[in-house]
Design a protein around this ligand. Structure first.
Ligand code: SF4
Length: 354
């Protein structure tokens, strides 16, 4: 085993210069060593059981204009939708019947629509009390987060995207800042949400030092969930001409974070599957333990185009589910029947301020 990987496995951290050497290495044997160690840690912690999350993209309406995002406000070529309460409940029912026990409601940042959504969240919570509800709705006032938490939401995903304030400013329009995003993450944590953060790998102007800062931020905050995906350009955005990020570097960082935070819930992201034909398998073999199949009604799915060529993971039919089970069985994993909540084992429980 590579010496740095061995040290990371043992100490769950590494000095900056060593992490940078891992990030910048061109040694393919390093990836083999990293992935094998991270996979073993995940397999050990999760008993080789993958958690499935039913992704429901409930709204493509967003007030923001993030420069990399296909559903940014200024992209007028995209049809916009809000799923109705009935559509959302129907998607949940479908996912429940397929055996999924977490619903993820994801959408653009749209504070005006959140009150209505909170009522639907309460209805989901009452109808399927054995399921977890995850939200991903962007930056909202603390009082709104509080309202959603009271309605029964358990988890919240808010990727920080980059831990460098200057880099953040280049990827986002004026008026958005890293400090506010971090403040939202602190609010979410304090309100008792299982909290998720993460970043794009290979976003324009990103350096290895930026990625090191991302890793350090995650290491300090210790989120329950970590979402890492490669940057994929969308042609109708200002950053549409930039090259996509590297799937291999994404997998490498996934492994590094698994070794640092053995208990974290880490999905093999849709973006990874978009760039790599065997992305979800590769993600699990690099330390991920979550897969998020898409349960958005088909009529709306193409309108939720965060980036070009988005390759949704599907288990809508018994046949899809059987294929997924076969794919996982080939690497010795199976699907968990549980909600897949975060469970701490060896991690340090303290929350360090970011
Ligand atoms: S990244 Fe999120 S907040 Fe930014 S434009 Fe896209 S949906 Fe809106």
């Amino acid at each position: 085993m590579n010496l740095f990987v061995e040290e990371l496995l043992e100490r769950k951290t590494l000095e900056d210069d060593k992490l940078l050497r891992l990030l910048d290495s061109e040694d393919v044997l390093l990836d083999e060593s990293l992935h094998a160690a991270a996979h073993e840690v995940a397999a050990d912690h999760f008993g080789k059981q993958v958690y499935l999350r039913a992704l429901i993209e409930w709204s493509s309406v967003c007030r923001n204009d993030c420069l990399y995002c296909g559903i940014r406000r200024s992209n007028t070529s995209l049809p916009r939708y809000n799923l109705s309460r009935e559509d959302i409940l129907q998607a949940c029912q479908h996912a429940y019947e397929m055996g999924l026990r977490t619903f993820v409601l994801q959408g653009g940042e749209n504070p005006h629509a959140v009150e209505g959504l909170a009522e639907t969240v309460a209805e989901i919570h009452a109808s399927w009390p054995d399921c977890a509800i995850t939200l991903s709705l962007g930056e909202l006032p603390r009082s709104t987060y509080e309202r959603l938490r009271r309605s029964g939401a358990d988890r919240y995903l808010l990727r920080h995207e980059t831990a460098d304030a200057d880099h953040y400013a280049r990827l986002h329009p004026a008026g958005m800042c890293l400090e506010n995003r971090l403040s939202c993450l602190r609010d979410l944590r304090e309100l008792g949400f299982q909290t998720g953060m993460g970043m794009m790998v290979g976003s324009p102007w990103q350096t290895s030092r930026n990625l090191l800062s991302d890793i350090r931020l995650i290491e300090r905050f210790r989120p329950e969930m970590i979402g890492i995906g490669p940057f994929i350009p969308h042609p109708d955005t200002p950053l549409g001409g930039h090259p996509a990020g590297s799937a291999l570097l994404t997998l490498r960082i996934c492994s590094i974070l698994r070794l640092m935070l053995p208990d974290a819930l880490i999905p093999a992201t849709t973006a990874l599957s978009t760039l790599l034909p065997n992305g979800r398998r590769a993600g699990i073999l690099a330390g991920a333990n979550v897969i998020m199949p898409n349960f958005t009604p088909k009529a709306q799915r193409s309108a939720y185009a965060l980036y070009e060529g988005k390759n949704a993971i599907q288990v809508e039919s018994a046949e899809n589910l059987r294929q997924l089970k076969t794919e996982l069985a080939a690497i010795g994993w199976r699907i968990s029947a549980s909600r897949g909540d975060y469970e701490e084992s060896t991690q340090i429980a303290t929350y360090n301020h970011v």
